[in-house]
Ligand binder design. Structure first.
Ligand code: AMP
Ligand code: ZN
Length: 119
């Protein structure tokens, strides 16, 4: 399947990216269309469609990578961060390779982040 998948190509380093952080099973890199400065995506190196597909055994490693990336964002001036995961087309998932958005937030800075249930 994963031959055509853009994030599989990124995971295999066939597309050049800035690696922000890397672990055995995950890689973090900048989102090409950032919602705020420093918006980062964390992807599993293997192709999983979404969180339902992601083996639970990778959960603690993913949380560890989330914390590592968040620490980098906080060191670079963020005061908080949003973790957003879109699962399924109807939930806004466009790239069908599981990914976790980490969106750094700074006081007074506008970010393109919205919460459907707040409306
Ligand atoms: P989602 O709506 O959760 O599927 O989000 C997909 C995200 O992937 C979007 O924020 C895109 O900007 C980002 N994206 C798509 N292609 C690339 C790429 N080649 N490099 C970096 N980010 C990408
Ligand atoms: Zn993939």
């Amino acid at each position: 399947m994963s031959e055509e998948c853009i994030f599989c190509k990124i995971a295999r380093k066939e597309i050049e990216i800035e690696v922000i952080f890397e672990s055995d099973n995950f890689v973090a890199f900048p989102d090409a269309n950032p919602c705020s400065k420093g918006h980062t995506l964390i992807i599993p190196k293997k192709h999983f469609v979404n969180y339902l597909d992601l083996p639970a055994v990778l959960g603690s490693e993913l949380l560890d990578v989330i914390k590592k990336v968040a620490e980098i964002q906080l060191r670079e001036g963020a005061e908080g961060f949003n973790i957003i995961v879109n699962n399924g087309k109807e939930a806004g998932q466009v790239v069908m390779h599981s990914h976790t958005h980490l969106i750094p937030r700074r006081k007074g800075e506008k970010a393109r982040v919205s919460f459907p249930c707040a409306n």
